[in-house]
Design a protein around this ligand. Structure first.
Ligand SMILES: [Zn+2]
Length: 138
């Protein structure tokens, strides 16, 4: 497991994440460059976003599993009409990304819209007020 590549971002995050008891460890790890997904110690299921119970077996008390950050674009869309908080970013690209570890998530894509099946890499978006994550071409 390596630290994610860092992409410096101008200004503050358009919307800071809401930190909860279930997500605090994720954001702390991400600030250090490590993208972790929730790991069920009972059945081994990996899941994202972090949650209190395993969606596969219902067990509580999930642990953490650092991922490599590599993946494949499942689908992509370009947003032209965004909520007011994200209006300054328009147009921007969102992707559904399948991580190499088998977890599917949605994230912002940094760069020209990718084709489905493109190799991708999670990146750390370092804003003035904290971090977010995105993905780019690998
Ligand atoms: Zn489980």
């Amino acid at each position: 497991m390596n630290a994610l590549p860092v992409v410096p971002m101008a200004g503050a995050r358009p919307l800071a994440p809401r930190i909860s008891a279930h997500t605090e460890a994720f954001w702390t790890r991400l600030a250090g460059g490590v993208f972790g997904v929730a790991h069920c110690e009972l059945c081994g299921h990996l899941t994202f976003p972090p949650k209190a119970h395993c969606p596969a077996c219902g067990a509580a008390g999930l642990g953490w599993w650092p991922v490599c950050g590599g993946g494949t674009v499942y689908s992509a869309t370009t947003v032209h009409a965004a909520p007011a908080l994200f209006a300054a970013l328009v147009p921007y690209v969102l992707v559904v990304l399948d991580l190499d570890e088998g977890v599917r998530l949605v994230t912002r894509w940094m760069g020209s819209p990718p084709r489905c099946g493109a190799a991708a890499q999670l990146v750390l978006l370092r804003h003035d007020d904290g971090v977010l994550f995105g993905a780019t071409q690998r």
